[in-house]
Design a protein around this ligand. Structure first.
Ligand SMILES: [Zn+2]
Ligand SMILES: [Zn+2]
Ligand SMILES: [Zn+2]
Length: 462
């Protein structure tokens, strides 16, 4: 068997194990997780009154005397199966807020709902990519910048072109403004949501307090990087009655009114950086490209399909910075940590700018060095308002109740549960990794197909 690789030998060893079938069940239960956590211990459930044992589970009877559980990493580059599970949860969370389900009444489908995209302003011209072969900047007589670089570009870039998103002149490009913008997306977002109620109140001739007695605005938002590595946000916005999704909004609160208010609320955001910077003061605002579209009402023909929007949003949540134009996965410990990577010159300069600005005492609160790998952005990828829909925790709980060795959940009030678990390791051997990858592939193929089709339908239209 000299010709066998170490992996092949390990695969044979695993497959010949008498407990192989049970082991494969465990791998399947983790969804083919790439770095499962190994635990030993037991859980005992007793009747609270009689002390009778209702259920007992012990890892001693498992292969290798251990239980494997998911790593639950959200990054596709770290664990593809777990990131897909997370995307699935995001899909259900966003979907419930749009179509009902998971304790949200189905009637939310009749409430005004929008899909909104807020972008960054320009920090200097970049090479545009197009899907239809349209040329980048085919301007005649566009001239040259002060660094002697042409301000026109006759090429058609597709999204795989390494030039797409790169500045026409890196010396003209305003790198500090770009980094400071990414670092303030959270504040820009807060200013925008504050404006929403104020502008809606002004439009309807009411006070903000009076308005809050009749309507409530809920949202789920996902942050993403554009090709030029500026953050932009996609948002699902919904208008409810004062108490949330169970109550219809008043008749005057239409999708048209909400669209107008979203536009004016975004336009009105103007913040000044509160620092005394030698490099000048920066004004922070959203970019001019604002997209706000009503979602198709139940049975209607106009607008984006709500199912497709939920799939589209979920697709972005598993993309860490590493999967986008950026290529960085982990915080950077020192500036020479990253220079040798596969990063574009543009992203490298953004990281260097984060590092440089991060050294200025007046910018200390932005922690730009700690967040250099996200190019200054400190927020979560998905955030939602409190009453939008369900939570990740609730979705995990629901899944756990189905899962636990097929046993039915026992009524909590009448039982005591005794759990004792210990971490004993993580990851796979070479052969086990192959089995896990196979399991993950099977699951992915059968489950994600429909969702992918829906996301693409939406992507083609935004
Ligand atoms: Zn995992
Ligand atoms: Zn170009
Ligand atoms: Zn220039």
């Amino acid at each position: 068997m000299r010709h066998l690789s170490d992996t092949d030998r390990d695969i044979i060893r695993i497959a010949q194990d008498p407990q192989f079938a049970r082991w494969l069940e465990q791998i399947t239960a983790t969804g083919g997780c790439a770095h499962p956590i190994h635990l030993t211990g037991s859980t005992t459930t007793r009747d609270a009154d009689t002390g009778e044992i209702l259920h007992h589970y012990d890892s001693r009877n498992e292969p290798g005397e251990r239980l494997l559980v998911r790593c639950r990493n959200r990054r596709a580059t770290v664990c593809a199966p777990c990131s897909r599970l997370h995307a699935g949860d995001t899909f259900h969370l966003v979907r419930a807020g749009l179509l009902g389900g998971k304790n949200v009444p189905d009637d939310v489908r009749e409430h005004p709902r929008l899909f909104v995209t807020l972008t960054a302003p320009s920090f200097g011209p970049v090479h545009r990519f197009t899907a239809d072969g349209e040329r980048c900047r085919p301007r005649r007589n566009a001239g040259r910048c002060e660094h002697g670089r042409s301000l026109s570009c006759p090429t058609a870039h597709d999204s795989a072109d390494p030039l797409a998103g790169q500045p026409l002149c890196s010396d003209c490009y305003d790198y500090p403004a770009h980094v400071l913008w990414n670092a303030h997306v959270g504040r820009l977002w807060k200013a925008f949501t504050d404006n929403l109620y104020n502008h809606l109140a002004a439009r309807m001739g009411r006070t903000r307090t009076g308005l809050r007695r009749t309507v409530r605005i809920s949202y789920a938002k996902v942050a993403e990087y554009q090709k030029r590595a500026a953050v932009h946000v996609h948002v699902v916005v919904r208008l409810d009655g004062a108490d949330g999704p169970a109550v219809p909004p008043p008749a005057w609160a239409t999708a048209e009114v909400l669209t107008a208010v979203v536009r004016s609320a975004a336009r009105a955001v103007h913040l000044r950086t509160p620092y005394n910077l030698a490099l000048g003061e920066y004004e922070l605002h959203w970019g001019g490209e604002l997209d706000a579209r009503p979602l198709r009402a139940f049975g209607g023909r106009e607008g984006l399909a709500d199912e497709a929007v939920a799939a589209y949003v979920a697709k972005y949540v598993t993309k860490g910075a590493a999967d986008t134009a950026i290529g960085l996965d982990h915080p950077i410990a020192a500036l020479d940590d990253f220079t040798t990577g596969r990063l574009s010159a543009h992203v490298r300069t953004l990281v260097q700018t984060c590092w440089r600005l991060g050294g200025l005492p007046e910018l200390e609160p932005l922690r730009l060095r700690a967040w250099a790998h996200t190019l200054g952005y400190r927020g979560h990828i998905l955030t939602k308002s409190r009453v939008y829909s369900t939570t990740y925790g609730a979705l995990r709980e629901e899944r756990a109740e189905y899962r636990r060795d097929g046993s039915q959940p026992i009524d909590n009030a009448a039982v005591v549960t005794d759990s004792n678990w210990r971490y004993v390791g993580s990851g796979h051997t070479l052969g086990a990794a192959e089995f896990a990858a196979g399991v993950a592939e099977d699951i992915a193929r059968s489950r994600d197909l429909a969702r992918e089709v829906m996301a693409n339908e939406c992507e083609a239209r935004v």
